[in-house]
Design a protein around this ligand. Structure first.
Ligand SMILES: [Zn+2]
Length: 163
């Protein structure tokens, strides 16, 4: 190593710890020097390994917190999803209560169907849009199936008095 190379070596030793912040040109000079200086080459290698470890540690932490927040989100979704079903039950209960004041079964069924069409259907559509926007997509499936079953059953209710 001549005097000039020794100066470069001295500078490299100072600069390698902050290698990432250096200009591209400076980095090139240090890399060039490291090709024939094992000491600086070793320092550079150690830095790269440390960087890689730090990055992978950061990645794992990121993944874990993503999974955690995802679980929390799904958990919260379940609560909201169940609440939306309770809203449907409540609406059906109100419609039933309103229908049952009639003595005649035919009137009861017709009022029940009218209430379903005027109250349950708009509520269900609103809840489906809400579910689609905010909740896990599987709740859409549950909701659509539940709504179809409810509407189908209520639609078929006249069969009971038409027989
Ligand atoms: Zn060196």
């Amino acid at each position: 190593m001549n005097a000039y190379e020794k100066k470069i070596h001295k500078l490299s030793q100072e600069l390698i710890p902050v290698f990432d912040e250096l200009d591209t040109e400076t980095k090139e000079i240090i890399k060039e020097h490291a090709q024939y200086c094992s000491e600086c080459d070793h320092m550079l290698d150690k830095r790269e390994v440390m960087d890689a470890e730090m990055e992978s540690a950061g990645d794992n932490e990121g993944k874990e917190s993503t999974i955690k927040s995802l679980k929390k989100l799904i958990h919260n979704n379940s609560g909201i999803g169940i609440m939306l079903f309770l809203v449907r039950v409540l609406v059906l209960a109100v419609i039933s209560y309103n229908s049952l004041r009639f003595q005649n079964f035919e009137d009861v069924v017709q009022t029940f169907q009218g209430g379903t069409f005027l109250i349950y259907l708009p509520t269900a559509i609103f809840l489906l849009i809400f579910t689609w926007t905010f909740l896990n997509k599987r709740w859409i499936l549950y909701s659509v199936v539940a709504d179809l079953v409810v509407l189908l059953v209520i639609w078929q209710l006249p069969l009971f008095y038409k027989i």
